[in-house]
Each structure stands twice: as structure tokens, then as C-alpha cells.
Ligand binder design. Sequence first.
Ligand code: MG
Ligand code: MG
Length: 273
Amino acid sequence: MQVEYRSKEEIELIRVSSLLVGKTIAEVAKHLKAGVTTLELDKIAEDFIRSHQAVPAFKGYHGFSGSLCVSVNAEVVHGIPGSRVIVEGDVVSVDCGVLKNGYYGDSAYTFAVGEVSEDVATLMQVTKACLYRGIEKAIAGNRIGDISNAIQKLAEEHGFGVVRELVGHGVGKQLHEKPEVPNYGKAGQGMLLKPGLVIAIEPMINMGTKNVRQLKDGWTIVTADMKPSAHFEHTVAVDNIKAEILSSFDDIENSERENKNLCNVHTTQKNIV
Ligand code: MG
Ligand code: MG
């Protein structure tokens, strides 16, 4: 499959799907607290997506059973919703994709349930900041490596590990399209960015080692040292002056602020950027 460049009309459709993803994660965040199972969160997401005339993109994708990936603590990504009960102090990444009007949207956010250590709060802040550092580089004339390098640099400045095995990707008529968007790499290298390229940028940043392994369930990726990991993702359209962020964290951040069971590390702790 070739790299696709999207028309203005197509980008608007990807925006519709991406905004629905944000609203879905925001709905999940309202119910996120100690005692809830990851399958209960998944059901909330699936019902919400279907009630908005859309299809959960992950459900059935290569046989995946969930509408969300819910990845807790040392789980980096691709956690399968199930009987796991969320407890105080958990770091919970919620990744979601939807298909609507023939176009996909993809976004992810990491929450802290209850109180977390300052180290964990910093990991979450830095990972979110890495996402925006990457987005700043997603402009026409730059290269994929400029995005990758900006993410890697900020993460490593804080002593964190940047996952190599999993990467961002094009988004459009497929959930995962070309090109790959690694979270590590050299500035000035890789594919030239042009207006109309729509990509998901999604840093996966580990507290400790960059190394990961897959669990026997065939999906869940965990850190090799079992230290926590964080993950934030936006779907963005490359443009000339600055990238357009098609997904949104606005509703998610509102839920995070209003849900007293969550630790709002992004406003209550020192600012990173
Ligand atoms: Mg995703
Ligand atoms: Mg993605």
C-alpha cells in the first residue's frame, strides 16, 4: 500500500472519527476508579461508539476481542480488556479507535488512578509532552525522523526508555497505514512530510528500560523490567505552518479533572515543558 495524501474533505471525515475517539475515552474516564474491571470500561466504550453510529475499530482487528486496549502499569500497549480489577495507584493507558463514514480515528491517553508517586507523575507528564514535541515537527518540509527525534530527545533527557518495537502510523481508510512513525530516530531522515498526510503520533515511554516483551496472550506488550509505561496518541494532519490535531484531549481532560478518583498529574504536579 502506498502512502496516501488526504483531501480536505477526507481530513474532515478523519476529524469526525478522531473526535469521537476523544469523547469515547472521556466517557471511559468518567467511570475509571479502583474496583472497575477493564472489561467494564470496554463495554462503556463499545456502547458509546455504537450509539454514535460508528464501529469500534479494534474489535475483531486481527482477532482482538476489545473495543479498547487497556494497558495497566508495566503493560505498554495492547492490553486486552478482561477481568482485571483496577486498583489505587494504577497507571492506566486507554487506547481507542473508531471507524465512521469509511474513515478511522485513533487516540490514546494515560490516567493515574488515586495517588501515584512523583516519578510516575513525571513519566506521564513527559510522555504527553513528547507527543506535543513530535506534533510540532509534523510540518511539510520536515521528515519523519524530525518527529521521531524530538520525541526521543525529550524522553531520554528525563532518563526514560523509548519503546522501539511499536510505532505511530498513517491513519485513514485503514486503521494502520504507511508510513511508520517511530518514536526514536535521527532528525532530517526518513520520508519527507507533505500536506495531507494524516498520521497517528503515539509515544510509548517507559520509566526504565526501553525493552519490552509480549505476554503469552499474544497481544499484551509489557516492559522487560516490569516498571511502568505511559502512552499518549493524537491523530494529526500534516500542514504547512503547523500540524492540525484532529483528535482532542479536551473532553478527556475535563473528565480527568472532574473524576475525583483520578490523580490529575498534568495540573497538580510541576510543569515539565
Ligand atoms: Mg491508538
Ligand atoms: Mg495508533
